[in-house]
Every structure is written in C-alpha cells, then in structure tokens.
Design a protein around this ligand. Sequence first.
Ligand code: HEC
Length: 198
Amino acid sequence: MASNCYVCHNDKLKSGGLALTALDISAPAKNIESWEKVIRKLGTGAMPPAGMPRPDKATADGLRRYLETELDRAALAHPNPGRPGLQRLNRADTPTQSRDLLALNIDGASLLPPDTAGYGFDNNADALSLSPALTERYLNAAAKISQTALERPRGAPTPETFFRTTDRSEAGRFSDDMPFGTRGGLAIHYIFLPTAIT
Ligand code: HEC
C-alpha cells in the first residue's frame, strides 16, 4: 500500500504537510497523531486523491486494521485519560456539601440556577463555567447557608409553597412526623433560608 502514498507523502513533496516516509511504520505508537489521520483517510477512502493509483480494498483495510490494533495496544499499555479539570461545585453538589460539612439539609434548586451539561454530565469541569453573575449567586448562596448554619439569619425567611397530592386519603395519620390521633395534614422537614444578604 505504502508506495501508493509515498509518491506524494515523502520527505521532498510532503503533500498536505505529511511525510509518511519519515515515520516508522513498524512502530506506529511513535507517531500516534499522524497515523490516526491515516486511519481516517483509509477508512473513508479519501486518499489517495481521485485519479491516482490506489491500493486495493483488502490491502487498505489490512493496513488500517494493523494501525488500529497497534495504536489500541499502545493506548492500553500507557493509558492517557487526560487530567481532571478544576471543577466548581454544581447545583447538586452544594446541598451535599452543606449536609456533609454543616449538617444542613437545604434545597439547592431554590438557591442556584441549573447547570449546563457537557456530554450528558452536569459535573463536567469543561461545561461548568463561572460567570460574574453566577459567582454572585454562589456567594449569595454561601452567605445564606452560613448564616443559617450559625443560626444568625439576616432578614426574613424565604417563603416556600408546598403542595399536597390531591388524591391522598385524609382518613388516617399522615406519617410518623404527625402526632398520634391526627388525620391527614402535612409534615415537612425544611430549612427556611434567609432572604436578605448584607
Ligand atoms: C497525488 C498525491 C497524493 C497521494 C498519492 C496520496 N496523498 Fe494524501 N494528501 C495529498 C494532499 C495534496 C493532501 C492535502 C490535502 C487534503 O487533505 O486533501 C493529502 C492529505 C493527506 C492526509 C491528511 C494530512 C493532515 O495532516 O491532515 C493524510 C492522512 C493522507 N493524505 C494520507 C494518505 C494515504 C494513507 C495515502 C495512500 C493510501 C495518500 N495520502 C496518498 C496528496 C496525496
């Protein structure tokens, strides 16, 4: 196959900036990026350019498989998962942290806007940007949480509305949170955070 490619991808012509003659085909792992490109071109049949003699399909497929196997083997031997990015707390982390650090069960959704997801994950460091406005929201949330933890809330509690399911029977005691002998009603564990931040 290679001769079909070396016509152009040699040290002299370097077509497309690629000199395959300079690469060691017996050790593809030494030039991963270049061979990855070759794999892609072979897979789509985009190389050699139309009108130029091309390797037959079996040869091109054979080379592609060889390169893929070698690169996969090298990747397995030296896995490179990249490095973790610096990640800010997201809306789901904040209540967890408040609970773990301060024993406060707060409702993150009432404090912070939803996070954008990256590749389906809302804790993807790349997707979790921090704008000045969002920083403000986090500082606000932190102030409310810490005031509540210290039992020194400033301002009135933020009102919250709770809805009861309409199809529930009111015949018996609602839950263990209700006094004995009561019927129906509603019991909720909720920490009302302060409204004002100063
Ligand atoms: C007639 C000359 C010619 C032949 C023969 C040829 N190429 Fe190319 N190749 C080019 C040119 C010109 C470019 C740059 C333009 C482009 O990408 O289409 C290129 C680009 C490429 C690139 C992309 C390089 C980059 O950095 O993006 C790869 C990979 C490649 N060729 C692989 C091959 C392989 C594998 C063969 C043999 C099966 C082959 N080429 C045969 C002329 C050729």
